[in-house]
Design a protein around this ligand. Structure first.
Ligand code: HEC
Ligand code: HEC
Ligand code: HEC
Ligand code: HEC
Length: 408
């Protein structure tokens, strides 16, 4: 299943981002000779300031080389290296490095495996790999930090080819890049925001997590429980949700196209919306009085109830244009792919505050995108959605809404 999804995304991305599948790894090997001094002949950086390229996604490597060449990503060593490469040279070299074994075969860089903290700076803080892992998997919605796992994948193996693998990367390099994103010496919308929310201790914890093979290996067993369990809150919520049924349906499957379905929506997201309708930071004349009548406890219970319901999705035709935009975004127009935050299956990420959009009513989806674009809805963290929506045309919104409504 994973493989099917990966190749689906691959094929969708390759339509959009013209990274030719035609990279010639053989030719790349010759051209990569100049890179070996720093990145190693086997793609394992000669020291922890030089990132490992072995097994990195080719698309990501090409994207970075272009950024170094254009100056969008600044590095005094890489700028001249990239400037000397043609587009074909980049693609070939990327094909070469991406085909090398992830673990760098036999040569050990000596940095990742040594375990104990080796940072030269004498910091009093003892980095905690478990805390790093927890932040990696869950993010921290209260500080606007997305769950890293949503984009960089389980154990740092990202499924989306323009998102770098972090597995087998030097922990020192990971920490350095997080600092670069944090002080914005490296530019990336999503990463600037997430790293910006991280403290020095968080960054040290994250590096410690990637330095600790045992911690990384055991990620899977600590996965968060996916579906909401039936708790006392769910039961109490059911009774309290009766007033919502007229518009949102008794089981959260709203029968009216302009009213959103709440079934299967993230509980944290529902609570956030209710708090904001109540506070007036999300404006809607219908929902404001509904939310005003609810206590914090009511909100949590009602949200637990709706989150535990199953969303009903009819067989809809969807949209190929919408699908392509959803998975691939549009690099030229700087549209971030929706998949980055709303997920491969459209189920969002509860802990990161990214809502489910799969199977939502089409008319509602379209209306919300327009509201974000026009600023009528501006309750999103760090204007995340407003920034994406501002780049969408009315036609994009129409096709996206069609596609998202058909996602199961
Ligand atoms: C003199 C040393 C040096 C040489 C030679 C060199 N690089 Fe780099 N490269 C670096 C450094 C340092 C960085 C990290 C820059 C930063 O901190 O942002 C880097 C980063 C990169 C990255 C980004 C990796 C990531 O995970 O973000 C890519 C891709 C890359 N180099 C490819 C190449 C290629 C291809 C060549 C050969 C044509 C090459 N480099 C030659 C020093 C070098
Ligand atoms: C919304 C998707 C998304 C999320 C969530 C996310 N990242 Fe990223 N990350 C990216 C993208 C995209 C890049 C590449 C940026 C570029 O093209 O320069 C990146 C790059 C990085 C890099 C640099 C890797 C390299 O090889 O240069 C590090 C380190 C990193 N992220 C760590 C994290 C951590 C830690 C978290 C969680 C706190 C996180 N990311 C959450 C999308 C994401
Ligand atoms: C009279 C109809 C009506 C009733 C009753 C109603 N809602 Fe709504 N609800 C709406 C409309 C319309 C919207 C969309 C507002 C907008 O366009 O931003 C909405 C939006 C929401 C959202 C945001 C969903 C999302 O995907 O962002 C939540 C959460 C919500 N309602 C919860 C409730 C709860 C809980 C109740 C009962 C206490 C309730 N609603 C009662 C009409 C109603
Ligand atoms: C950087 C992360 C990010 C990206 C990329 C992103 N979204 Fe969102 N989206 C969010 C967040 C966060 C919210 C919830 C905002 C809030 O708290 O009210 C949201 C909300 C939405 C909603 C409203 C859902 C509801 O139930 O009211 C829609 C529709 C939506 N996004 C569609 C899209 C589409 C289409 C794309 C791609 C073109 C996209 N998003 C890209 C983060 C993102």
């Amino acid at each position: 299943m994973k493989r099917i999804l990966t190749s689906l995304i691959l094929s969708l991305l390759s339509i959009n981002i013209a990274v030719a599948a035609s990279g010639d790894a053989g030719a790349g090997k010759t051209k990569a000779a100049t890179c070996a001094a720093c990145h190693g002949a086997n793609g394992i950086g000669a020291s922890d300031t030089f990132p490992n390229l072995a097994g990195q996604h080719a698309d990501y490597i090409v994207k970075q080389l272009k950024a170094f060449k254009s100056g969008d990503r600044k590095d005094p060593l890489m700028a001249p290296m990239a400037a000397a490469l043609s587009e074909q040279g980049m693609v070939d070299i990327a094909a070469y490095f991406s085909n090398l074994p992830h673990d760098g075969a036999s040569q050990d860089s000596g940095s990742a495996g040594t375990g104990t903290s080796t940072s030269s700076a004498p910091i009093a803080y003892e980095p905690n790999p478990a805390a790093g892992k927890s932040l990696y998997e869950l993010g921290d919605a209260s500080r606007n930090i997305g769950a890293c796992i949503g984009c960089h994948g389980s154990e740092g193996n990202s499924e989306v080819l323009i998102y770098p693998n972090l597995t087998n990367q030097h922990p020192e390099y990971i920490a350095k890049q997080l600092h670069n994103f944090k002080n914005k010496t490296r530019d990336n919308y999503a990463m600037n925001q997430f790293a910006g929310g991280m403290t020095e201790d968080d960054i040290a914890d994250m590096a410690a997590y990637f330095a600790d093979p045992a911690a990384v290996a055991d990620v899977v067993s600590r996965k968060v429980t996916a579906s909401a369990p039936i708790t006392a809150e769910v039961i109490a919520g059911k009774a309290k949700a009766a007033t919502c049924a007229a518009c949102h349906g008794a089981d959260g499957n709203s029968p009216v196209a302009i009213y959103p379905k709440l079934a299967g929506q993230s509980a944290d997201y529902i609570v956030k919306q209710l708090q904001e309708f109540k506070a007036g930071t999300r404006k809607d004349p219908v929902m404001a009085p509904m939310a005003a009548a609810l206590s914090e406890q009511d909100m949590v219970e009602i949200a637990s109830y709706f989150a535990a319901q199953k969303v009903a999705v009819a067989d809809l035709p969807g949209s190929d244009i919408g699908k392509k935009l959803y998975f691939g975004g549009n690099v030229k127009r700087k549209i971030t792919a929706c998949v980055a935050c709303h997920g491969v299956s459209g189920k969002g990420m509860n802990k990161a505050g990214f809502p489910t959009i799969a199977g939502q009513n089409e008319a509602y989806l379209k209306a919300q995108l327009m509201k974000f674009k026009e600023g009528d809805r501006n309750n999103d963290y760090n204007t995340m959605m407003q920034s994406v929506a501002s780049k969408l045309s009315a036609n994009d919104m129409e096709e996206l809404a069609k596609f998202m409504a058909s996602m199961k």
